[in-house]
Design a protein around this ligand. Structure first.
Ligand SMILES: Nc1ncnc2c1ncn2[C@@H]1O[C@H](COP(=O)(O)OP(=O)(O)O)[C@@H](O)[C@H]1O
Ligand code: SF4
Ligand SMILES: [Mg+2]
Length: 323
């Protein structure tokens, strides 16, 4: 990708498991185990996979909210994987996150005006006089009235709170917003409103999104490209159409067959993955998917498959794909 805004290569986040008695390291949770991703300016990449496969940890590591234990994160051409807090400061405002739970992510003791003014205070942008005007403009952007600034988060509905969360993420005009299941906690009727708001803002502000979801259906119509994650690794990346109509990885095919509504014209394989996701503390050798894969071959439990390009922008990590 020529003009990648973000390029993540071999990203690893390994958490130590410590014995509570001996305080000794007894193992490792390989939450993120070699993730490769790219995001271009203004595009939406969906990051999908079952719960526990490492989506949130990947998002937090990209934002440097947790420290990666390996790999590279290039943002706007600069390597930030090992930046110190001081070096990260200019990048912080350019990358923001919207969390799943609008109830938990807003400080209940602050007014909405205070919550939305905080990013300007922290980054010393403007002065106290112009903050109310900035806050009112943000509220207008997300479809809330200026009076909302005087009220507290509990006075709003879930959908309105998520609008406040989005306004906070947009305050500093970021290049990249990571939405970590941003509509999963909302009523189905509200989900479309919030998704549509995020799409409108993307068009107006030229934002790039990483939309994290455990539900392929939620991201199917907003994504330009989709990356499918399984147990700490990206197993398939493709433009949206190719992913839905020409999925090559058996795990992607299984996820698609579990999508409740058939995608028009899409292939329906009806192979829901067997069994539970193994623990990232003990990932299977070779291809992480082999214990559940209907096509597993002897090589699959021995060697991790390399990622191979099958068509422009479409990469698959599976031994079924010829080299
Ligand atoms: N701080 C942590 N310490 C140990 N394990 C963790 C920590 N955070 C997440 N994990 C584990 O890492 C794996 C991936 O978690 P997560 O990134 O939240 O997955 P997802 O967002 O895809 O549901 C899970 O097995 C989770 O239990
Ligand atoms: S590498 Fe083997 S086990 Fe893994 S998805 Fe492909 S066929 Fe299945
Ligand atoms: Mg998560």
């Amino acid at each position: 990708m020529a003009d990648a805004l973000l390029k993540v290569t071999g990203l690893e986040v390994h958490f130590p498991i410590r014995s509570p008695f001996l305080r000794r390291r007894t193992g490792t949770v390989r939450a993120v185990d070699g993730v490769n991703l790219e995001v271009a300016r203004g595009e939406t990449l969906a990051l999908v996979g079952e719960s526990g496969c490492g989506k949130t940890t990947t998002g937090k590591a990209i934002l440097r909210l947790i420290d990666p234990t390996g790999g590279s994160i290039r943002f706007r051409g600069e390597e930030i994987a090992h930046h110190t807090p001081r070096q990260l400061a200019p990048f912080r405002r350019r990358m923001q996150i919207v969390f799943q739970d609008p109830y938990a992510s807003l400080n209940p003791r602050m007014t909405v005006g205070g919550i939305l003014a905080a990013p300007f205070e922290i980054h010393r942008i403007g002065d106290a006089k112009d903050r109310p005007g900035r806050v009112a403009a943000l509220l207008r952007t997300v479809g809330l009235p200026p009076e909302a600034a005087r009220r507290y988060p509990h006075e709003f509905s879930g959908g309105q709170r998520q609008r406040i969360g989005i306004a906070r993420a947009l305050a500093l005009q970021p290049d990249l917003v990571i939405g970590d299941e941003p509509v999963s906690a909302l009523d189905v009727s509200i989900q479309a409103q919030i998704i549509n708001l995020m799409r409108r803002l993307q068009a107006e502000l030229g934002l790039a999104y990483i939309m994290i979801s455990h539900n392929l259906a939620v991201v199917s119509h907003v994504a330009d490209r989709v990356a499918v994650m399984y147990l700490g690794r990206v197993v398939e990346t493709a433009p949206r159409e190719a992913l839905f109509f020409d999925a090559r990885h058996p795990y992607t095919q299984a996820l698609l067959s579990a999508v409740p509504e058939p995608v028009p014209g899409g292939r329906r394989t009806r192979r829901v993955p067997q069994g539970d996701v193994p623990s990232p503390a003990h990932p299977p050798l070779g291809c992480h998917f082999h214990p559940r894969c209907p096509h597993a071959m002897p090589v699959c439990s021995q060697e991790a498959p390399a990622s191979r390009i099958v068509s422009p922008g479409h990469a698959v990590a599976c031994h079924l794909v010829p080299a």
